[in-house]
Design a protein. Structure first.
Length: 383
């Protein structure tokens, strides 16, 4: 016959075997450290070449774990394949523990017993292995408890379950809620959590770190001739990157007018409290001088003046009030410059006997207007 490997549902992969036309059944009971094996455990026979010659799930009856194990012989018609036991070849018993996934060898791993006497009984109980009252006790070393988890976590992190083994123990310590660790309940600091199994404990130490907020506070906009600006975020101590950024300072003079993204990071990606934010910063052209060459009073205190922004066309003041001099005045920008009539506030100042000068750097401000504010040197920039 042509053999094929057989694996049943829930059968461990290590216990795959090939049925043949010769077999004998092994009877007995399986215990582990004197206690009956569990219902989901599997028993198997292996020849001395390490081939699985048969496997079966233990059969539970009145709390006892019975062995009803067909052990297959080698198929003589497939000389190149070793399917099972050949003649007087010895075999070993192995027990797969469903709870832990471990495989035990009878009677113990360090004292393996080779069983002899397999015979082809066409599936009937084999002489010498036909008594269901014979107990085969497998020795199992008690697995010490273990617990593990991250070395650090953030105080605002979601509760999580540390890795524990074997199953069935108890978790105790600060921040413990059932089988979960809650960083917020534990609070900031270094904590020790214990896992107790059968009176033996294992411990895990975790540091709960304060939460980090990378929200960028600095908004802008800025003029190209503004002084370097110290960048600010909700939590300091992080790393700034972006055009015009030097350490924690943004220098508008090192970028061309436009909009740029600044990035701020706290910690490293993958760390417990890593956070990052990005902010778009706009830089407007530096202020320029408008030469005013004509002032003419109008009705109701309104003054008109003529002037020119370099390469931008004429300006005309439509409302001033009082004597034109230092101060902020509403100025109409002609279509030649903007495409539509619009109004801006410009700051005027006298320079001795020279004509009035206007200095401006357009920066949208509250209410949608461009507001001019003098700097410390007496010149003006727009906000």
């Amino acid at each position: 016959m042509i053999g094929c490997s057989f694996t049943a549902l829930a059968q461990p992969a290590e216990f795959a075997f090939t049925p043949t036309n010769s077999s004998g059944t092994f009877y007995g009971q399986a215990t582990v450290n004197g206690v009956p094996a569990n219902a989901n455990d599997w028993i198997a026979a292996f020849d001395d070449m390490g081939n699985c010659a048969g496997a079966a799930q233990v059969v539970m009856n009145d709390g006892l774990a019975y062995i009803n194990l067909p052990i297959y012989g080698d198929d003589m018609t497939t000389s190149t394949v070793d399917e099972g036991i050949t003649g007087a070849e010895p075999f070993t018993l192995n027990l797969w523990r469903a709870a832990s996934g471990s495989i035990l060898t009878y009677p113990s791993f360090d004292a393996i017993l080779l069983l002899e006497g397999w015979s082809n009984t066409n599936g009937a109980p084999m002489p010498g292995f036909d008594d269901p009252e014979v107990v085969y006790n497998f020795g199992e070393t008690e697995t010490p408890p273990s617990i593990s988890g991250p070395e650090a976590t953030c105080v605002d992190a979601e509760p999580f379950a540390p890795a524990t083994a074997p199953a069935g123990g108890v978790l105790v310590g600060p921040g413990v809620e059932g089988d979960m660790f809650n960083p917020a309940a534990a609070g900031e600091g270094i904590h020790t959590v214990e896992y107790i199994y059968n009176g033996v404990l294992a411990s895990w130490t975790v540091e709960v770190l304060p939460s980090l907020d990378a929200t960028i506070v600095t908004e802008g906009p800025f003029c190209a001739n503004d002084a370097p600006v110290t960048l600010e975020a909700a939590t300091s101590g992080g790393t700034w990157t972006g055009d015009g950024v030097f350490g924690g300072v943004f220098d508008p003079a090192f970028v061309s007018p436009g909009t740029f993204n600044l990035t701020y990071e706290l910690g490293e990606p993958g760390e417990a409290c890593y956070d990052t934010d990005q902010q778009a910063i706009t830089v407007y052209p530096a202020p320029y001088i408008v030469q005013v060459n004509m002032i003419q009073p109008g009705n109701q205190g309104v003054f008109f003046f003529g002037g020119r922004e370099p390469t931008r066309g004429h300006l005309r003041m439509v409302r001033g009030g009082g004597i034109v001099g230092h101060g902020r005045h509403l100025v109409r920008l002609p279509r030649a410059r903007t495409g539509v009539d619009s109004h801006q506030h410009l700051r005027l100042r006298h320079l001795g006997g020279h004509p009035l000068l206007l200095s401006r750097c357009l920066r949208p401000a509250r209410g949608g207007h461009d507001m001019a504010q003098p700097d410390n040197a007496g010149s003006s920039s727009w906000r």
